[in-house]
Design a binder for this molecule. Structure first.
Ligand code: AMP
Ligand code: TRP
Length: 326
């Protein structure tokens, strides 16, 4: 069975955009593939993190995965920093990749320009990501467009290592989501909903108080017409609400347009709010059940044991091929 693997950084609560864009897709993949879902905590420290926050966020993110429907029976779930062989694999890969290719990565160029004094981890970050992917023999890596370049680098590095030392790694492929699932900011519907947005009124976090969420939807930016029509170019606000409604109910867009024909925006927004609130209430209930449970600890312990074994094996093979033997 083909293997699918992805990770998110534990840098705060995920948004409705992440849920609809990334997690929903993982739920489909877990039915078809051997699935791996981990917390990329080592990646998060390439930019300074508050230790107290990080401590909370790591476990919380796994609880969020499970609450959102990532099934621990169908997924191997683990925390990256539990697997001490990941940085070992990463180092051997670092010595088979080039400063030039790393410094050309778009994300590195953007982030290094924002921080006057950035860490060297910010530069080598895609190699650590390569280790996550090829160290686990992943065939497919579902990511957002912003991470596609990193998965392509992982591909290049895997091919290079195989050519130099013989068959060692599976060659991974990025899985980019189908179009149409990009959720936009409620206040500024021409940019994507993102947890880093300055104005929090446009962003729904999965663990937000549902009354706050309802208010955010009711005050979403729309337009001066009075028609519920899907037209992202001219009616980005309404189209975004239609997208959210469609993603959570499974109804298609033309059926939604029909259902709300002649309806005013207030009524439509309150229907969208009902659907979002219902979804979030379910997620939050499961989150609270699982967050501090022994069950969660056991899932992470067994994920760590399995992946430590897998990465150790890969590391030993690499060492042997490279000549690191005594
Ligand atoms: P990020 O935390 O922004 O790097 O995103 C993590 C994952 O969520 C990626 O697969 C993104 O493509 C997806 N994602 C983030 N924001 C949105 C959004 N507003 N709409 C749809 N997908 C999103
Ligand atoms: N770099 C990814 C992000 O910021 C997270 C990540 C780390 C990842 N390792 C990975 C994603 C391996 C997919 C596969 O979103």
């Amino acid at each position: 069975m083909k293997r699918v693997l992805t990770g998110l950084q534990p840098t705060g609560v995920i948004t409705l955009g992440n849920y609809i864009g990334a997690i929903q897709q993982m739920k489909e993949y877990q039915e078809q593939y051997d699935s791996y879902m981990f917390v990329a905590d080592l990646h998060s420290i390439t930019i300074a993190q508050d230790p107290e926050e990080l401590r909370k966020n790591i476990r919380s993110l796994v609880a969020i995965y499970i609450a959102c429907g990532i099934d621990p029976k169908k997924n191997t779930m683990y925390v990256q920093s539990d697997i001490e062989y990941v940085p070992c694999v990463s180092w051997l890969l670092e010595c088979n990749s080039y400063y030039g290719e790393l410094s050309r990565m778009t994300q590195f160029k953007d982030k290094s320009a924002k921080h006057a004094n950035f860490t060297s981890g910010l530069l080598t970050y895609p190699i650590l990501m390569t280790a996550d992917i090829i160290g686990a023999d992943a065939n497919f890596v579902p990511v957002g467009v912003d991470q596609k370049q990193h998965v392509e680098l992982a591909r290049d590095i895997a091919i290079r290592f195989n050519n130099k030392y013989g068959e060692t790694f599976v060659i991974p492929e990025p899985l980019i989501k189908k179009a149409g699932t990009k959720i936009m900011d409620l206040q500024n519907p021409t940019v994507k909903m993102s947890k880093s947005a300055e104005n929090k009124k446009g962003v729904i976090l999965i663990l937000d108080d549902v009354n706050v969420t309802r208010k955010k939807i009711m005050s979403a930016t729309t337009d001066s017409e009075m028609s519920i029509k899907f037209d992202p170019e001219n009616k980005p606000g309404i189209s975004n609400l239609i997208n959210i409604y469609s993603s959570l109910t499974g109804l298609n867009i033309s059926d939604i347009e029909k259902e709300f024909e002649g309806c005013n925006y207030g009524t439509f927004k309150s229907k969208v709010a009902d659907v979002v609130v219902k979804e979030l209430e379910g997620i939050q209930e499961r989150y609270n059940e699982v967050k501090d449970s022994q069950y969660l600890t056991e899932i992470l312990d067994s994920g760590a044991a399995k992946m430590r074994e897998a990465f150790k094996k890969k590391y030993e093979i690499m060492k042997d091929k490279i000549g690191l033997v005594r």
